[in-house]
Design a protein around this ligand. Structure first.
Ligand SMILES: [Zn+2]
Length: 142
């Protein structure tokens, strides 16, 4: 009986190359965000003052454009965007009182634009979630 010498596979593979958990692209050790998909990579990306804002924006964008959003991200989006839309709705209502000034017209335009954008985002995220759920529940054909 011969005993093969044990080899350390990790030592033979060379140094580990850090990769992005989202897109599996290669990243450099000093990067806080992936250069390919912009996802946050480090704890600093979620705690730094500007970095956390970028991370939140990235998270909201992912919840809106991803084809299979999770229920948690869709609910989070509703909790985040509906109060914001209500706030801009109040702003719109107040701008009606200033109906004869250019400032009132600008206020109505901005409020209506923001409400339309947020409603579009909510619609897309919710529609993608419902479609992904329907696809999962349909029986496989063929
Ligand atoms: Zn990436």
């Amino acid at each position: 009986m011969t005993i093969e010498p044990r080899t350390d596979a990790r030592a033979e593979a060379g140094p580990a190359i850090p990769i992005c958990a989202k897109c599996l692209g290669e990243v450099l050790p000093w990067m806080d965000f992936c250069m390919r998909c912009r996802s946050p990579l480090t704890a600093f990306a979620n705690t730094g003052p500007m970095e956390s804002a970028f991370s939140e924006g990235w998270g909201i964008g992912e919840a809106i454009v991803t084809k299979r959003p999770s229920l948690v991200s869709v609910i989070g989006l509703w909790f985040l965007l509906v109060p914001t839309m209500l706030g801009f709705g109040v702003s719109f209502a107040f701008s009606l009182r200033e109906s004869r000034t250019w400032l009132g017209a600008v206020g109505r335009l901005v409020a209506a634009g923001v409400i339309a954008c947020l409603a579009w985002a909510l619609f897309h995220a919710t529609r993608n979630y419902v479609r992904a759920r329907r696809r999962r529940s349909e029986p496989e054909v063929g």
